[in-house]
Design a protein around this ligand. Structure first.
Ligand code: ATP
Ligand code: MG
Length: 180
């Protein structure tokens, strides 16, 4: 799954609209301490549905909105859009390019979007299930994640292999069907 582009507006330190484009192959993000490198990774996890403000290094969800600086007023809304290459059809949606978005306002209004249409978080989760992209999956290996995988119980480690094998989706559907 190739992440082609991230657009951030009002997210954490990115007050101006910031667009980061990724070529295929390896991209490294370099910058001084506090320049916003980790905020880019936070932005990705946020769009994919991260619900824990703490794991986004804040204390409440509002902390993802640009809080202002000596030169700039605080903003009222944070918005992030990811553009994914879907030319191999890995995502079950009939578009070569898929955008996933999330925005939140200070008043707490929150929206998720697929291809610019408002959707539920569940729709995003279902779309990316089995691709390794989810917040709990393996496409984002944060600090400590490798240790966590190595020291986890066999049953927990199994979930990672199930996601990689693309069967999480089917297990989830089975679970939902048996609940009805
Ligand atoms: P390091 O090299 O130390 O890991 P980094 O490049 O990863 O640094 P980040 O942690 O991404 O840096 O960025 C931290 C910066 O983002 C801090 O200066 C912090 O003030 C700023 N920041 C975080 N949240 C907000 C917010 N809501 N509004 C404005 N600035 C914010
Ligand atoms: Mg960092």
């Amino acid at each position: 799954m190739h992440l082609k582009k991230i657009e951030m507006h009002g997210f954490k330190s990115f007050a101006e609209e910031v667009k980061v484009e990724f070529e295929p192959n390896i991209t490294a993000v370099l910058g001084p301490n506090g320049s916003g490198k980790s905020n880019i990774a936070d932005a990705i996890r946020w769009v994919l549905g991260e619900q824990s403000a703490k794991s986004l290094r804040g204390s409440k969800m509002e902390d993802v909105i640009f809080a202002g600086s000596s030169q700039r007023k605080p903003m009222g809304i944070a918005e992030v859009t990811l553009t994914l290459d879907n030319s191999n059809g890995q995502l079950p949606i009939d578009y070569n390019e898929v955008t996933l978005g999330r925005r939140v306002t200070r008043s707490g209004k929150s929206e998720y979007l697929i291809n610019n249409s408002v959707c539920r978080l569940k729709d995003i989760e279902e779309l990316i299930m089995g691709t390794g992209l989810g917040t709990e999956a393996y496409s984002i290996i944060g600090q400590g994640k490798v240790d966590e995988i190595l020291s986890s119980k066999a049953t927990e480690r199994r979930l990672i292999f199930e996601e990689a094998a693309g069967i999480t989706k089917h297990k989830q559907r089975k679970k939902e069907a048996s609940r009805k």
